[in-house]
Write a protein that binds this ligand. Structure first.
Ligand code: C2E
Ligand code: MG
Ligand code: MG
Length: 295
């Protein structure tokens, strides 16, 4: 009996594996055609300066609307794109689109406005980095200077030595560099000191711990203080409540991104916000009185 159920167990396992593998290969094949089928687009999520609510930049977030599958979430297709190497052409598509967008937005944005794009490790590997940097270097300086690359903390830690050269070249082209998902790895901010980094994006788990007891707030403020000690700008991500916003503002966090301020929006809406010079701090948030002036 035991033997029998063991064999059945194995068969179900094998069937399940085969189904999952087939599913994955089909998704990969669909994704391979996404660019030529015009199925990709970008949403933009504003980044807001906490001292005055001004939109100082935005993050470009990739969206895939497959003809057969509908909207596929990034958590589903990005990992497959990274493992299959498809992230290289997809990433070039994103960089191109953002450079064009930067050009179109020029009349409405300041010289320090940044549009950030997420970059996977393979895109900066020895064989692929040149292609990406070449494409960027061909754009007019005024456009490419609006770009910022977001690299995750874990990527930076695993490949710090190699990335140092690529990031130095990226900085020389006028781009900004941000560390994404900061605080999820086991990095001391000090390890980042020799890299040409401008901004740190504090992982959203920290903001979301604020209000769930005193620890979350204490850790978030310690991270902000450490970043500032190293001369880095600090951006909090995943801000959903005014309590989180108030605490981060009080602790001197420079900028924030999150559903409370704005979800990622279509390009038309982002353009409207920029044209109107819209400020995005919710009513009642008065950071100038509650925050900075007490520092
Ligand atoms: P990420 O870079 O950490 O981006 C932040 C994610 O948090 C986005 O999810 C955004 O929509 C979401 N978010 C923003 N504000 C809030 C909030 O207040 N609460 C919550 N719960 N979530 C919030 P999205 O757009 O689904 O992207 C997921 C991940 O996919 C990104 O995480 C990034 O790692 C990856 N990704 C997206 N676009 C690209 C791309 O063009 N290239 C690469 N390599 N990765 C990308
Ligand atoms: Mg990001
Ligand atoms: Mg993240």
């Amino acid at each position: 009996r035991a033997k029998e159920s063991g064999r059945n167990g194995y068969r179900y396992f094998a069937v399940d594996m085969t189904a999952r593998l087939t599913d994955r290969l089909e998704l990969e094949a669909d994704l391979r055609r996404a660019i030529s089928n015009n199925e990709l687009s970008l949403r933009y999520q504003p980044q807001v300066r906490l001292s005055d609510g001004r939109i100082i930049g935005c993050e470009a977030l990739l969206r895939w609307k497959s003809g057969t599958r509908g909207l596929v979430p990034p958590e589903r297709f990005i990992p497959i794109a990274e493992e299959s190497g498809l992230i290289v052409p997809l990433g070039l598509w994103v960089a191109n689109a953002v450079l064009k967008q930067a050009h179109a937005w020029q009349p409405h944005i300041d010289e320090d406005f940044r549009i950030s794009i997420n970059v996977a490790g393979v895109q900066l590997s020895p064989i692929h980095a040149d292609g990406l940097l070449k494409r960027i270097s061909e754009a007019p300086p005024a456009d490419r200077n609006r770009l910022e690359l977001e690299l995750t903390e874990s990527l930076l830690m695993e490949h710090a030595e190699f990335l140092e050269g690529v990031l130095t070249r990226t900085k020389a082209l006028g781009l900004g560099i941000a560390v994404d998902d900061f605080g999820t790895g086991y990095t001391s901010i000090r390890n980042l000191k020799h890299l040409p980094i401008d901004r740190i994006k504090i992982d959203m788990s920290f903001a979301q711990d604020i209000g769930k007891g005193s620890e979350g707030a204490a850790i978030a403020s310690a991270i902000i203080a450490m970043g500032h000690a190293l001369g880095l700008r600090m951006v909090a991500v995943g801000i959903e409540t005014s309590e989180q916003l108030a605490l981060l503002t009080r602790n001197g966090c420079d900028a924030a991104q999150g559903y409370l301020l704005s979800p990622p929006v279509e390009v038309e809406s982002m353009t409207q916000l920029l044209v109107a010079g819209q400020r995005l701090l919710p009513d009642g948030a008065r950071p100038l009185e509650n925050g900075r002036s007490h520092r």
